[in-house]
Write a protein that binds this ligand. Structure first.
Ligand code: TRH
Length: 403
């Protein structure tokens, strides 16, 4: 908790949902953290409450205004209602704020600090753009670019105050782990079973990887949260249409999907706070997009990232930039294994061929993942945002004094 002099009291976060759950996922996480850890009054403006309700099932997607977990959640309507802007205004992922809201910001005697919170990238150019000001062309307002990232020259990553403590408590408590598996309707997996979570987009490499796991010597339990990759999983096991009673979320009604040494269990999409437990409970996590990728890093377990594909293929540069950073302190064998599997999983070709080399270096990856999480934890996005808010306040005071 910190509500010091110079800290904002109120924050407006604007979220325009483009696709999937990443945009709202990041905004919802940040909103909760600012409200619950830093005691800000947070209003989250969302244009797609249906997506929001997937992450926060207690939300009612038909309401224009509601309170969830300490956050005021508002439908982003057009025309936009007349409201008093907050002192801290966050436009997520470059979304365009309503003109009337911008004018209301400009009309405030003390101008809000307007932040453009950008997408996560490990590319070097981010260092030069983080915290850059962009003065409004006609109004007395400045917008600042704020880049999350993995190095000290960036805004860091979203990390709740108690997350790593809760994770370590889970790791150290077999009965908590057992309760978790029971909550999935599963027995605690036997010693020696490789537990994998698999959250992904459609992926041409899936069947090949499943084949390798099915034919391998080690039993693999693969947990697949319902979502875009599910139809492929069903095709692999030839269950399409056979189980017409299955509804989204009815994981318990899924047939037992097995081939060779591979068992697949489909899971319901859970509320956002509960997704971490799945990552903690597994040995290797396949993740996608932005937010689940960050959560996999906090889990301190080896992970495989399916990056959000972009039309102009710029995502390959993003992927490589992260791989360079992540594998810098790995042995050559581990670095090559990680790069091989990640490239394969992102569609470079091959299907499952890279798995054996990856499995062979898992011990090293396990150790590295924990250290990596500890290192990243030193750069906390929410704290950095609030520090930046104060810094802008000091800069403004200095400018006024100098006039
Ligand atoms: O859903 P995504 O593919 O979102 C993407 C990316 O963010 C991408 O960068 C962006 O450009 C694009 O959307 C528009 O993947 P992501 O970011 O991992 O978001 C998924 C969210 O869903 C994350 O907050 C975790 C959450 N989640 C749950 O709450 N419950 C679940 O059961 C699962 C599997 C995920």
């Amino acid at each position: 908790m910190r509500n010091e002099a110079g800290s904002p009291q109120r924050c407006d976060i604007f979220c325009n949902v483009i696709d999937n759950y990443g945009d709202i996922g990041v905004c919802w996480r940040l909103a909760r953290q600012l409200a619950n850890e830093f005691e800000l009054q947070v209003r989250l403006w969302v244009d797609d409450l249906g997506s929001f309700a997937k992450l926060c099932p207690e939300a009612d997607a038909v309401l224009d205004s509601q309170h969830c977990r300490g956050v005021e959640v508002r439908r982003w309507l057009d025309p936009f209602p007349e409201v008093r802007p907050a002192e801290l205004v966050i436009a997520a992922f470059g979304c365009k704020l309503p003109q009337s809201y911008i004018e209301a910001m400009a009309a405030q005697e003390s101008k809000p600090v307007w932040i453009n919170l950008e997408y996560l990238s490990a590319e070097d150019w981010v260092h030069g753009c983080h915290r850059l000001p962009s003065p409004h062309p006609s109004l007395p307002l400045t917008k600042y670019f704020f880049f999350p990232g993995f190095t000290k020259q960036t805004g860091g990553l979203l990390l709740e105050r108690d997350l790593l403590m809760r994770r370590d408590a889970f790791f150290g408590n077999p009965s908590q782990q057992q309760a978790y598996w029971q909550s999935l309707g599963l027995a605690m997996p036997e010693e020696g079973t490789l537990k994998v979570s698999l959250f992904g987009y459609e992926n041409a490499a899936l069947a090949g990887l499943f084949d390798v796991w099915a034919a391998g010597a080690q039993p693999v339990l693969c947990l697949v949260p319902e979502g875009r990759i599910l139809p492929q999983v069903e095709r692999y096991f030839d269950v399409v249409g056979r189980d017409s009673s299955r509804r989204d979320g009815d994981a318990g009604m899924n047939p037992d999907l097995r081939r060779g040494n591979l068992q697949v269990q489909v899971l319901p999409f859970v509320e956002q706070e509960r997704y971490d437990e799945l990552l903690w409970a597994c040995d290797v996590n396949f993740v996608r997009g932005e937010d689940s990728c960050v959560r996999a890093q906090w889990a301190g377990k080896p992970f495989v990232w399916q990056i959000y594909p972009q039309h102009d293929a710029v995502h390959w540069e993003k992927l490589q930039a992260f791989l360079n950073l992540y594998s810098a302190s790995l042995s050559p064998a581990a670095s090559e294994a990680v790069q091989g599997l990640w490239r394969e999983w992102n569609g470079e070709g091959g299907a499952g061929a890279a798995w054996p080399a990856y499995a062979a270096v898992r011990g090293e990856l396990d150790a590295r993942a924990l250290v990596w999480a500890r290192e990243l934890a030193e750069n906390n996005l929410a704290l950095n945002l609030l520090d930046f808010y104060q810094e802008v306040g000091r800069m403004r005071a200095f400018e006024i004094e100098g006039q």
